[in-house]
Design a protein around this ligand. Structure first.
Ligand SMILES: Nc1nc2c(ncn2[C@@H]2O[C@H](COP(=O)(O)OP(=O)(O)OP(=O)(O)O)[C@@H](O)[C@H]2O)c(=O)[nH]1
Ligand SMILES: [Mg+2]
Length: 369
């Protein structure tokens, strides 16, 4: 039984829970819209907030739906997960349901599920989304970043897939983002099940890293072509830039994992100081070394980063730039009227003479010859 559970909230969250189910995670989903949730057929445990039909990208509706039903929802979550150590709440930051209710769900779960750590898989929208989505994402991230006892926050960046596949449909971007994030988490859990003579990376190591408060990324680099330690370090740095998560922007990793899988002779290319040169050495490093005849792969888990200011500001920039135009749109919504130029013409409609009252019988008899 896997020790990490996935709770999907809203449509994107439900889609991530769907993939997590296929990988063998315990999962559940919550939505305000039954029609969104029923398509996630593999997720067995589902809660649809009664009396709602989606939140229509309105975070306050998502929040209200949770506030009105929080006892039932918390009970549903408690019953859905057994013997897990970490629960990751998955949601998009720019819709209404997941973005609106997830920060409060996480806060309450931290109180209500003692002994289980709570983290987040929060999806950031692509760069071309419109103002309403940007506002939602900024508000949501701000709320998440203020939760005191939260564990790892995985910031899944839909823009990362868009950069690789500029021509893809939204649906393809979503599907591959969902797959990649769950595969990354599944991969590090898989490693904790292996054993090695030369250094095990076990489940407590992983949990130690993932329970770090702040932003976490996981990435893997294949170093088949590396000849020197600096080649290998460069491959690792590239994997941080191209992962499914918001790229690392600053120094300040707190706990990290470094796992080598592959032929014995290439493991000597791992050089810790040069790997961490650009982001600073962490407080704690957990290493694992597993020799096999597979392609040489280095998986890194970096936890405890600050929220990526540059990426988040790129979401906010276009709001700032369009501040007046957006303000005008809202004012117009309230004030707009249409004034007809031909109101004088209403007088042209002559009144018909008043109807003469009279019985049907008298009219019929008048017309009889
Ligand atoms: N990675 C990923 N992103 C998704 C997926 N579905 C939607 N998104 C993102 O989420 C945003 C829409 O949010 P939803 O999750 O549909 O919203 P919701 O939480 O269901 O809230 P409402 O629909 O407003 O009730 C989109 O703009 C995308 O950024 C998905 O399956 N994967
Ligand atoms: Mg929805």
């Amino acid at each position: 039984m896997k020790s990490i559970g996935i709770l999907g909230v809203g449509q994107a969250g439900g889609n991530i829970a769907e993939i997590a189910t296929t990988l063998g995670f315990q999962t559940a989903l919550i939505n305000t819209n039954q029609r969104d949730g029923v398509v996630n057929t593999r997720v067995e445990k589902k809660y649809f907030v009664p009396g709602y039909n989606g939140a229509g990208q309105d975070r306050s509706i998502g929040l209200r739906a949770f506030q009105e039903n929080y006892r039932e929802i918390i009970d549903f979550i408690k019953e859905s997960f057994k013997n897990i150590k970490l629960l990751l709440v998955a949601f998009s930051t720019d819709g209404g349901t997941g973005s609106g209710m997830s920060p409060l769900i996480i806060e309450l779960l931290l109180d209500q599920l003692p002994g289980i750590n709570i983290g987040a898989i929060a999806i950031l929208p692509e760069r071309n989304v419109l103002a309403g989505n940007r506002i939602n994402a900024s508000e949501c991230i701000e709320e998440i970043s203020k939760i005191k006892a939260i564990s790892s926050v995985f910031l899944v960046d839909n823009d990362q897939m868009r950069k690789i596949n500029p021509q893809s449909s939204k649906h393809q971007i979503y599907l591959s983002s969902n797959q990649k994030v769950m595969e990354a988490i599944n991969n590090v859990l898989r490693i904790t099940q292996k054993s090695s003579f030369y250094g095990n990376f076990d489940e407590s190591d992983l949990m130690n890293i993932l329970n770090t408060r702040g932003v976490t990324i996981i990435s893997s680099a294949t170093i088949t072509d590396a000849k020197t330690t600096s080649d290998a370090s460069r491959e690792i740095h590239q994997s941080w830039v191209h992962s499914i998560f918001c790229p690392v922007e600053s120094t300040g990793v707190i706990r990290a994992g470094l796992i080598y899988e592959g032929p014995e002779n290439l493991s000597k290319l791992i050089h810790v100081p040069s790997i961490f040169e650009s982001i600073g050495e962490p407080l704690q490093l957990f290493e694992g070394t597993y020799f096999s005849e597979t392609d040489p792969t280095i998986t890194t888990i970096l936890a405890g980063f600050s929220f990526p200011t540059r990426r988040l500001q790129s979401l906010e920039d276009s709001l700032e730039k369009n501040k007046d135009r957006l303000q005008n749109l809202v004012n117009k919504e309230l004030s707009q009227r249409y004034e007809s130029r031909v109101s004088w013409a209403s007088n042209l409609k002559a009144n018909k003479p008043e109807k003469q009252p009279g019985s049907v019988a008298s009219k019929v008899s008048k017309n009889q010859k």
